[in-house]
Design a protein around this ligand. Structure first.
Ligand SMILES: Cc1ncc(COP(=O)(O)O)c(C=O)c1O
Ligand SMILES: Nc1c(O)cccc1C(=O)C[C@H](N)C(=O)O
Length: 409
């Protein structure tokens, strides 16, 4: 594709105007929205208001007058629309890890006669660590970790829970949520999906597929900011039976009665624990406004065009410099990122970042490029490949300073 053809794609892009809603540093090509989304301008304005007027002036009255106490459910409602759930089935709270702990315990309590949690050995580590902790705590379950193509065979009548991340954080491989949920249910197991790399990136249909539980991040494609609250989903049918092991006062049926006995709220609030992080929650609330008029089918269509274009433009570099594509070419199996293996991946990514293209590196050898259709242009894809070509052609990555590992990669 020529540069002129790429410019034409931007001119006919139905999402082109959305870029204006984000504060993007001049000249930067940001391909890391799958790790930390860009700052929405509305967040900047709203936080100023929340800090100055709500906290600064109205102080504790704001729990009622500015609806702070309702934020977890209100923000959850906005996320529900993006993931195919109903209002009252999603709540924003805590971190993804903590939410996974809560829903995994709740799910296992619904299958006490079974023995096994099945997951992908390449799942994001926190999911595996949380499951290991839960196994230690309960003492009656085991964690069975298998490769992607072994999941189906691993499911049997001992399986209590199938716990997967829909999009693999390293390769961008996207699971068949509908098919695997059905297979798990056929065996009588429950499913938990981690939507960290799905929510806001493409349409998700939790209820259409009969999913039981889900969790996900607020700071990636939802652009809620560093450390933004995460979310959890519990299908309405499970809510009365979802036991809240982290039984904090915010999940109590009537928190302000201050009684000594814990009685769980009847609705999804029972899976909240303590005081919500109001500033972060307000940032996420404002960030989600960007999605109010967005059709996620259009987002998906653009995501696939962006990633296809990147793969195409990268093909000559891949052949010349030894980048091995590890992201599926098949659309249904692809999330919204493209990854390559390269033995010098870390240094190459650092050199590329020095050239104003931000992607990231995942050990042992993966360079990752995330594509957020709301703020990326097709011209950015072109520019990213030009700058990577320069990094390789001029061997900029050989500079020793690009070989020193940072604390956070
Ligand atoms: C699949 C997945 N789950 C969970 C997390 C993070 O969880 P937490 O919000 O607890 O940091 C990430 C990324 O950090 C992730 O990629
Ligand atoms: N959550 C992160 C953090 O706190 C610091 C640095 C990176 C992250 C990430 O989001 C990692 C991410 N889940 C991943 O897909 O690799």
């Amino acid at each position: 594709m020529t540069q002129a053809e790429i410019e034409a794609l931007d001119l006919s892009d139905p999402l082109a105007a959305k870029r204006e809603a984000f504060a993007i540093p001049e000249g930067l090509v940001y391909l890391d929205g799958n790790s930390l989304g860009v700052l929405p301008k509305a967040v900047q304005q709203h936080l100023e208001h929340v800090v100055t007027e709500q906290w600064g002036r109205d102080l504790i009255r704001s729990w009622n007058t500015h609806g702070w106490v309702d934020l977890p459910l209100k923000v959850g409602g906005k996320i529900a629309r993006l993931i195919g759930a109903e209002e009252g089935e999603v709540v924003a709270a805590d971190s993804t890890s903590v939410n996974l702990f809560k829903v995994l315990l709740a799910a296992l309590k619904l299958r006490p006669e079974r023995k096994v949690i099945v997951s992908d050995i390449d799942n994001f580590p926190t999911d595996l660590y949380i499951a290991q902790g839960v196994v230690q705590l309960l003492g009656t379950f085991e964690l069975r970790l298998v490769k992607k193509n072994e999941i189906e065979a691993a499911l049997d009548h001992q399986t209590a829970v199938l716990m997967l991340t829909e999009v693999d954080y390293r390769t961008g491989y996207r699971y068949d949520m509908a098919g695997l949920t059905r297979l798990a249910h056929d065996k009588g197991a429950l499913v938990i999906w981690d939507l960290a790399h799905s929510a806001g990136a493409f349409p998700v249909h939790l209820n259409r597929h009969g999913v039981d539980f889900a969790v996900g991040c607020g700071y990636k494609y939802l652009n809620g900011g560093p450390g933004a609250p995460a979310f959890l989903f519990v299908a309405r049918r499970h809510q009365p039976h979802a036991f809240p092991f982290l039984s904090g006062w915010m999940g109590h049926q009537a928190p302000f009665t201050f009684v000594p006995e814990y009685v769980a709220a009847e609705d999804i609030r029972r899976l909240t624990v303590g005081t919500p992080a109001v500033l972060s929650m307000s940032a996420l609330d404002a960030a989600l406004e960007v999605f109010a008029d967005v059709d996620l089918e259009v987002v998906r269509e653009k995501s696939l065009k962006l990633t296809d274009l990147f793969i195409d433009l990268m093909a000559p570099l891949a052949a010349r410099y030894g980048f091995e594509l590890v992201t599926p070419r098949e659309h249904v199996r692809r999330g919204s990122q493209v990854s390559y293996r390269h033995p010098e991946g870390y240094a190459i990514m650092q050199a590329l970042i020095s050239q104003g293209v931000i992607g990231d590196f995942r050990a042992p050898d993966i360079v990752r490029f995330g594509f957020t259709p709301l703020y990326l242009r097709f011209a950015d894809v072109w520019e990213a490949v030009q700058r990577l070509d320069r990094v390789m052609r001029q061997a900029l990555w050989k500079d020793p300073r690009f070989h020193q590992r940072a604390k956070v990669t």
